[in-house]
Design a protein around this ligand. Structure first.
Ligand SMILES: [Fe+2]
Ligand SMILES: [Fe+2]
Length: 307
């Protein structure tokens, strides 16, 4: 996006009143309450002292360190973006359930970042930045800017960030959790999954309420935003290293995930992840067509063929 076309909502005067705080989206209200009653503390939910990193080989420790550092970068992305969406929801004066829910969604993402950081620390030390050649695949997807751009309907951002990207990682995590036999790592996946299932449910509830209000042109923009997210972020290896452009850093990630998969330490490999990814993408396409009347284009990647 060109800088001159950016119309930030922050440049517009704030209009807060009348402040309507009643229930308008009961499904999202239920998610908010579920979040309030399922809090957990990364510092205490795992018995960190009992988790003996010396029980793992040096190769496994290094692989775990890389894996959970990468997870922490991804979770931090949500921390950096979620508050911008909350500002947007308040600016657009969306229903109170949506505004309240996103405050706790940000907090849940911070838990995920902290527990990922703690795991990386446990296994040899958190790595603060990705290798340069690989940073394009794992850095921001520009959500913060989109969220604050008055010209971009907020539905575009929610559909692409939550109903596509977050939905795909949720289903990948469900797959990885099933392969994980180390109890503490399995527990971490379960905890993150429980939160992420609510985040995804939020996206679909939100869109169910908003899609009927969109014009045909706005629905086309939602379609294009989702397609861009899938093509430029997902199919570029944001979540799955084997989809990333070939580089030494990507190969290192792929090899270290294989080491973890072999030992049940919380990772998977291309041959197992590929059918899960393709099925997720197909379900996203079918659901958007059935529930929103939005038809995504076909996607192509050399590793998957046409999806
Ligand atoms: Fe998360
Ligand atoms: Fe999330």
């Amino acid at each position: 996006m060109q800088a001159e076309s950016f119309h930030s909502i922050l440049a517009q005067p704030e209009s807060r009143f009348p402040l309507e705080l009643g229930r308008r989206n009961p499904d999202i209200g239920k998610l908010f309450r579920a979040s309030l009653t399922t809090q957990w503390n990364p510092a205490t939910i795992i018995d960190w002292d009992a988790l003996d990193s010396e029980a793992f080989s040096a190769e496994q420790r290094q692989a775990l360190r890389v894996r959970w550092s990468r997870r922490a970068w991804g979770e931090y992305g949500a921390i950096a973006e979620s508050p911008a969406l909350q500002i947007r929801f308040c600016h657009d004066r969306l229903d109170a359930d949506t505004r309240l829910y996103f405050s706790i969604r940000s907090q849940e993402e911070s838990r995920h970042a902290e527990i990922s950081y703690r795991l990386a620390q446990k296994f040899g030390g958190y790595i603060e930045a990705p290798a340069q050649a690989y940073s394009g695949s794992v850095s921001s997807h520009g959500i913060r800017r989109l969220a604050l751009d008055a010209e971009v309907p907020v539905e575009c951002t929610l559909a692409s960030l939550v109903c596509s990207a977050e939905q795909i990682i949720l289903e990948n995590f469900m797959h990885v959790a099933k392969l994980t036999t180390q109890p503490d790592i399995h527990r971490v996946y379960q905890l993150i999954l429980r939160d992420e299932a609510r985040h995804c449910a939020f996206g679909w509830y939100f869109m169910a309420a908003r899609v009927p209000l969109l014009t045909a042109a706005q629905k086309n923009r939602v379609r294009d935003a989702v397609a861009t997210m899938i093509e430029r972020v997902e199919l570029n290896g944001y979540q799955l290293a084997w989809l990333a452009p070939d580089s030494e850093a990507a190969r290192t990630q792929i090899e270290s995930d294989r080491v973890l998969w072999q030992a049940g330490l919380g990772a998977s490999v291309e041959e197992l992840e590929k059918p899960v990814f393709i099925a997720s993408l197909r379900r996203v396409r079918e659901r958007m067509a059935a529930e929103w009347g939005i038809r995504l284009p076909k996607f192509f990647h050399a590793k998957t063929g046409e999806i």
